[in-house]
Design a protein around this ligand. Structure first.
Ligand SMILES: Cc1ncc(COP(=O)(O)O)c(C=O)c1O
Length: 431
């Protein structure tokens, strides 16, 4: 095999014929495979099965705190649940609010609150002519969807292996008061899997925004989601903010969606005392409290950080072979041809693949035609627009290993076909 770009037009045409024959065989197999969404597999969900057995009625009353988890009260969560998240996020429990089963819901609520009521007494964003958010790309589609819904203008910020390009972030945030926020997935980022470097975290904490109510939405969704014993380390942004007296600038989010049950976990938000106060006031009008019985179930299931660590290792044992399988296929089938690059993360739920420029949508269509569903091309960019039409988010967690093996064979074949087609048409253009 040689680099496709070095082949002549005739060689490429012959290669395409051969690839298309292989594609027809896959088409005839009527496959139905999915590498689109980052969902835990059934095997992973089963790791938390005992959590559903561990709570007796008599345990709802907590003698230490004298609260009854079955009753009203404890708007911002039971202390044990705050402590659980505080340990994970390395913050003080009284700076944590525990939510329902979705951290995305907490993020949405925070933006909605800023829009309608304003942050810490500042003008509500919906009274302003324009509100802008910075969006490190490629990123998480549901963050972008929140902005789109509220008509918040999104500005792409390129990322490298250390995180967002901070020179650009600083320049925009410190000069434009309409820029009110930035979405960050700082650890095992969605979809690249990279973790922000110490320098990037420090530069975030040292920002001097033009807008007083600028917020870094620090979505630490994959905080304990390592794939092996090789862990990335993320600096604690609040510790860095303390040095700059900028704690009000950060709101951190996380959940147990990919620790226990994606459909029945618990979530949390952490922030400065002023922010927690601000959010609690609005929350008190929204709800009398989230599901404290589920909070308790989680706390009983995870009596110690040690138990959580072991539980995450059990997830890793299931996930690592799947990530390895994807990487091995890309190394074997794509690398020698020079038609793509990809990330090889130490944690999280995704691998980010970049095809040759302009090939993303064609790969998606070819995969779909052969029964393999990928995340929509463009989903990793604001407004669904990938400017280079090349980023594909691979989600290896849900399919079984056998399904994944087949899906990767189809995927690699489709990458080859789209690349050869593109190179042939480029050669024709230049002839
Ligand atoms: C970066 C990121 N944040 C948040 C979520 C959703 O979290 P939750 O289930 O807590 O709403 C996901 C899910 O894929 C994610 O990738």
């Amino acid at each position: 095999m040689s680099f496709y770009s070095k082949m002549s037009a005739a060689e490429l045409e012959r290669e395409l014929l051969d690839l298309n024959q292989k594609y027809s065989k896959f088409k005839g197999m009527n496959l139905s495979l999915n590498m689109a969404r980052g969902k835990p597999s059934p095997e992973q969900l089963e790791l938390s099965a005992d959590m559903l057995k561990n709570l007796e009625y008599s345990q709802l009353f907590r003698p230490e705190s004298k609260i009854n988890a079955g009753n009203y009260g404890e708007l911002t969560g039971i202390f044990e649940a705050k402590k659980f998240f505080a340990d994970i996020l390395e913050v003080s429990p009284n700076l944590v609010i525990v939510g329902g089963n979705s951290s995305l819901n907490l993020m949405y609520n925070y933006v909605a609150m800023a829009m309608q009521f304003g942050i810490l007494g500042n003008t509500p964003w919906n009274k302003l002519e324009k509100v802008k958010f910075l969006c490190p790309v490629p990123g998480y589609d549901r963050h972008f969807a929140i902005c789109e819904l509220f008509n918040i203008e999104m500005i792409n910020i390129d990322m490298d292996e250390s995180g967002p390009k901070m020179d650009r972030v600083k320049k925009i945030v410190e000069s434009d008061p309409a820029v009110k926020g930035i979405w960050c997935v700082p650890k095992y980022s969605n979809p690249t899997g990279i973790t922000y470097s110490d320098s990037v975290v420090r530069q975030f904490a040292a920002l001097k925004p033009a807008a007083k109510d600028f917020r870094i939405l620090w979505d630490n969704a994959y905080v304990v989601h390592h794939l092996s014993d090789k862990h990335d380390i993320l600096l604690n942004i609040f510790d860095e903010c303390k040095k700059n007296e900028s704690e009000d600038m950060v709101i951190e989010f996380c959940s147990t969606s990919k620790i226990t049950f994606a459909g029945g976990g618990i979530s949390a938000l952490a922030g400065s005392a002023a922010n927690i106060d601000d959010i609690t006031k609005i929350m008190s009008k929204q709800t009398i409290g989230y599901d404290k019985i589920n909070q308790l179930r989680h706390c009983i299931f995870f009596p110690s950080v040690e138990k959580l660590r072991n539980h995450m290792s059990a997830h890793a044992k299931i996930l690592k072979p799947k990530f390895d399988l994807v990487i091995e296929n890309l190394e074997k089938q794509i690398k020698p041809l020079g038609i793509g690059d990809w990330t090889n993360p130490n944690g999280g739920y995704f691998i980010s693949f970049n095809s040759l420029e302009g090939c993303g949508k064609r790969i998606y269509e070819l995969c779909k035609g052969a029964g393999v569903v990928l995340t929509n091309i463009g989903a990793t960019y604001p407004y669904g627009l990938d400017p280079k039409n090349k980023n594909i988010r691979i989600a290896p967690t849900f399919p079984s290993t056998d399904e994944l093996k087949m899906a990767m064979d189809v995927f690699c074949l489709c990458v080859k076909i789209a690349s050869v087609e593109s190179l042939i048409s480029k050669k024709k253009d230049t002839e």
